[in-house]
Design a protein around this ligand. Structure first.
Ligand code: FES
Length: 97
């Protein structure tokens, strides 16, 4: 039997405005997340636009639900590793490998 895919959502802040995540590359990060989750067989709707959480001094920021993990100063290059951490890790935890 195929394992159930893990429920996971990536909230990416790409809020536009001076000094905000959108002006620091948040839009590119959002697109990278959509492409990467699809590569893992997930719908791009697993990636959502987050509202400003007043953390843009360390933006672009990403929150992963339900794992409750924040990432700061995220670049498109960080995205494959982050997605791997949260989606690929679920497979091995189920088998205990
Ligand atoms: S704009 Fe991203 S935290 Fe404020």
């Amino acid at each position: 039997m195929m394992p159930m895919p893990k429920f996971c959502q990536f909230f990416v802040c790409a809020t536009p405005g001076e000094g905000r995540c959108g002006s620091k590359g948040g839009g590119e990060v959002l697109e990278s997340f959509r492409a990467e989750v699809e590569r893992h067989g997930y719908a791009p709707s697993a990636v959502l636009r987050n509202a400003c959480t007043r953390r843009h001094h360390e933006g672009p920021v990403v929150f992963v639900y339900p794992d409750d993990v924040w990432y700061t100063e995220v670049t498109p290059g960080d995205v494959p590793g982050i997605v791997e951490n949260h989606l690929a890790g679920s497979r091995s935890s189920k088998t205990g490998a």
